[in-house]
Design a protein around this ligand. Sequence first.
Ligand code: AMP
Length: 301
Amino acid sequence: MSLLVVGSVAYDSIETPFDKINDALGGSATYISLAASYFTAPVNLVGVVGNDFKPEHTKILEDHDIDLTGLERIEDGKTFRWGGKYHYDLNVRDTLFTDLNVFENFKPKIPEKWKKASFIVLGNIMPSLQSLVLDQLEKPRFVLCDTMNLWINNTKEDLLDVMKRVDVLIINDSEARLLTDEPNLIKAARRILQMGPEYLIIKKGEHGALLFGDNSIFSAPAYPLENIFDPTGAGDTFAGGFAGYLHKTQDLSFENLKKAVIYGSTMASFSVEKFSTKALEGLSNLEIHDRFIEFRELSNF
Ligand code: AMP
């Protein structure tokens, strides 16, 4: 069974110190699916768009063998829109607006033929909707879940419920602290693992990522990039590369999860080099392989 991805499909308006772009293709499911498509095909996407979703964007997804059977199109609605502004320190981002539009009444419906899916990525959407997805699946073998500060602040109980049902949770460092009220990341990670997930990944922006298992920790380096143009979607791209590689190899050992973290970081490092999904649209397997090797060399001593 193919990898199943659920999340937002969006039009993003992004400002960075270098440039500005309006209504660019974005959304958690978009970034996850594009990144995963370099490892496994097809990728099955579940989400929602409005009547303004452009054919050229449908084509980008289809050209990457992303099956859009589960992408609902609401004929009298507008696609979800999100606006963000990055500071000179690109780790700092303000959300300028969130226009839910068709997302407001979104109830993910898993197509009948996908209910037996065994590898699932729950992209960043409301935790109750993530649970609704899991309710419709027969017996998933591996569930990866992403979330954000908005849900930790506003719907923490729902998030705690879904966390009990996932294998890997991905969050960033500030979200780990917020979720646990614990400033030390190692202690925070231990507490989060007690909340349900078997593994936890804490992303630290341009400082790499940490993978936590029962009694193991793996610290992945960050790729020393000179040209970061747009960090939007880096976290989702990481999740897509990570899950895509695990789905391809079907090996859920800690050793293989470590490799998947490096593939996730590799994909994220490409994603931030161009605006929106541009960098993810035309990568070659050779480029991905070469950067994976460079990543390995970074911390090989
Ligand atoms: P990231 O940079 O990985 O945190 O993800 C950025 C993407 O998340 C953008 O493309 C947005 O469209 C999407 N996004 C932002 N806020 C939300 C939200 N509340 N629900 C779903 N997706 C969102």
